[in-house]
Design a protein around this ligand. Structure first.
Ligand code: B12
Length: 186
């Protein structure tokens, strides 16, 4: 990772072609039973370690904050690699990010919004089953808060679902999440 950076390869290429592409190989192998959870976890840990290496190079440094984002993976869902990438990209683009972690209940999202007063809340779901927790979270936040925009993402989520549950936006990847967050702040 470090060698790749030092040899002059762009950080976004390292992340996309080195890390994300590798993870794309894991998914089908997991689905077909060629790889098991411990092996996938090892891959996830490797990905996390790789991201930690490139993180300093992603950070733009002293940029003034474009807005505040509270982000987390919804209740029942433990997947956090993609959500952490989104958090990292937002941070490196100048957003202040409060990363709540995984398995966050709708009530805990609400508490975090009340405490942190973000401009945007980001919800991540990687399982078709936890998309319903995403729906519940959006409903609760829309009912109990005002002025906070909600963006959603994760592999099973799409634009139509985002609109159906009343979210303010959907993005398919971390770069799209940054663009979307900027739009929501405008
Ligand atoms: C790694 C992984 C795991 C790891 C997670 C480790 C971790 N710390 O995250 C472990 C082993 C724990 C795991 C467990 C399980 N997993 Co899993 N897992 C995966 C795998 C292989 C990769 C996910 C990943 O990290 N992708 C890489 C990142 C970069 O991509 P991403 O998450 O999609 O994120 C990008 C975008 O979606 C977007 N994005 C993400 N979040 C957000 C948020 C916002 C706001 C925005 C705007 C954008 C955005 O931007 C990100 C960056 O570009 C996927 C297969 C796949 N290819 O998706 C299966 C997968 C998601 N898992 C699956 C399953 C079934 C499970 C288990 C139920 C398995 C089991 N029987 O126990 C458990 C569930 C545990 C739980 N309760 O959550 C299924 C889901 C099927 C379904 N349709 O629901 C998948 C699709 C595999 C498969 N093909 O069967 N898993």
């Amino acid at each position: 990772m470090r060698e790749a950076y030092e040899s002059g390869i762009d950080v976004s290429v390292i992340v996309q072609d080195g890390l994300i592409e590798a993870m794309n190989i894991i998914g089908p192998k997991m689905a077909s039973g060629e790889m098991f959870v411990p092996e996938v976890l090892l891959s996830a840990e490797t990905m996390r370690a790789g991201l930690e290496v490139v993180k300093p190079y992603l950070s733009a440094g002293d940029v003034s904050t474009l807005g505040k984002v509270v982000i987390g993976t919804v209740e029942g869902d433990l997947h956090d690699i993609g959500k952490n990438m989104v958090a990292m990209m937002l941070e490196s683009s100048g957003f202040e990010v409060v990363n709540l972690g995984t398995d966050i209940t709708p009530e805990d999202f609400l508490k975090a919004v009340e405490e942190n007063k973000p401009d945007i809340v980001g919800l991540s779901a990687l399982l078709t089953t936890t998309m319903q927790a995403m729906r519940k979270t959006v409903t609760l936040l829309k009912e109990k808060t005002s002025n906070v925009k909600i963006m959603v993402g994760g592999a099973p989520v799409n634009d139509a679902f985002a609109r159906e549950i009343g979210a303010d936006g959907y993005a398919p990847d971390a770069a799209g999440a940054v663009q979307l967050a900027k739009q929501l702040m405008a």
